[in-house]
Design a protein around this ligand. Sequence first.
Ligand SMILES: *[C@@H]1O[C@H](CO)[C@@H](O)[C@H](O)[C@H]1NC(C)=O
Ligand SMILES: *[C@@H]1O[C@H](CO)[C@@H](O)[C@H](O)[C@H]1NC(C)=O
Length: 510
Amino acid sequence: MATKATGSKKSLQLLLFQVALVGPVFCGNVLVWPTEGSHWLNVKMITKELIRRGHSVTVLASNASVFITPRDDAMEKFEVYNVPFEKDTVETLIEEIVALWLNNRPTALTFWQFYTELGKMFKNLHEINRLMCDAVLTNHELMAHLQGSGYDLLLTDPVTLCGDLVALKLSIPFMYSLRFSPASTVERHCGKMPAPPSYAPAALSELTDKMSFGERIKNILSYHLQDFVFQSYWGQWDTYYSKVLGQAMAGKEVAVLWLLAVLGYGSGGNVLVWPADNSHWLNMEYILKELVVRGHEVTVLMPSCFLIFDGTQSSPFQFEVVEVPITKKEMATMMEEAFYFLFYEERQLPFWQVAYKMTQMLHKIKNTTETICNEVLKNQALMQRLRASNFDVLLADPLTPSGELIAEKLGIPFVYTIRFSVGNTVERLCGTLPAPPSYVPATLSGLVDRMSFLERLKNIFSYTAQDFMYHYLTWGSWDQYYTDVLGKAAFTSKNYICCTYKSKYSELRG
Ligand SMILES: *[C@@H]1O[C@H](CO)[C@@H](O)[C@H](O)[C@H]1NC(C)=O
Ligand SMILES: *[C@@H]1O[C@H](CO)[C@@H](O)[C@H](O)[C@H]1NC(C)=O
């Protein structure tokens, strides 16, 4: 009974976390671990919107904060803790860093001096940060008070460290919103953001996306020097994090897998997986293995026809096999045809034949996915068993639609991880990934990041054709199905999977 209550509380928290930024549906109780300077402006925007949508926001500020002045008439609440340093200390340091950057830009002759100076400033900044962290974590009265305030979530910009530690100590999920880090170190090392030094200029390097050869070299150098600064100062937090959490856990590591944050550290989560076949599975499997290593339980809802499934092999995951009226052989044939088409025929055949074949292929894939989904949804015994298993979250690759339908039916939140979609349609149209057609080649178009004028035209054409396919064939065709399952008109899969599901969500819940 007790477990059930905790389980449902946790899913409620997770759901809140999902809809917190989405619609005025539930009113959550959010704690903010703030930063200073422009980073605070960024988080402040989010807190304002949260307040506008009816959530309660409390800022945990030090009494030496420069940018945060607790006021009684403010929309947000404040929890102020005392720190053994003065406002001036922080203010002077921020001014010094900004002045160094604005007035002493590194040149070939001065970069060493610049980075030595910058290193010293970062050292002071991290020392101050550590004093803040100590002041909160060792203040038992404050921690007990925070614990008693029933926060659902902690929001933080990870450039001021320790928010995640406070959240872990309070056993609440946390969410990062990062403005930027110098040379995108945090984004690159923790967020695994791809940053080829010939294309992505290091933040604060003052380079642009058009770099000469010399500037590219400068960019590479910027990355490496900042990496050194990052390793030196963030590295020092590792022991701190281990000490606080009582385990060997690196500060850097904490920042890496936000999914784990959602699932809670230490308390093993119960994860249900809606898999995708073939290479998309490799991507999921990687994440799932890491989840198992960290003590989470992983159950994969595996269609009996999936080629990746081999029931005879031992696996770190549990499987709920969904028996479907499709054989593995049929599945293999369909995949082979699809690959043959995508990698070979598409480049040989005339346009109209490509369009015709593509339509046929997409139709077949849709039919297969729908058949599989039907087998799950109509299987009352299976659905009951899944419901009884109290899953905390469903993980899905949205390339196989309908995972979210199952999550919705089970009343649990879901998280997407996408490997890629053809022509990056899902990433661009749902994830609003920026993709200037002169720079970003459409996936599977066979183009690379250096395109001639004609290739750029081809890329634009690829995008347009794929967008058409996306709207009218692949995803558009799911709309009716989603409406049927969820029993509400105008509730479309495209809208669902895209972020626009905010208003629909409130309709559904409202
Ligand atoms: C913050 O509180 C500490 C301890 O009470 C005090 O020493 C310090 O002067 C205070 N700082 C500010 C800026 O009020
Ligand atoms: C898939 O195609 C088969 C054969 O064409 C058909 O019998 C079946 O009803 C289709 N299934 C769905 C879910 O559309």
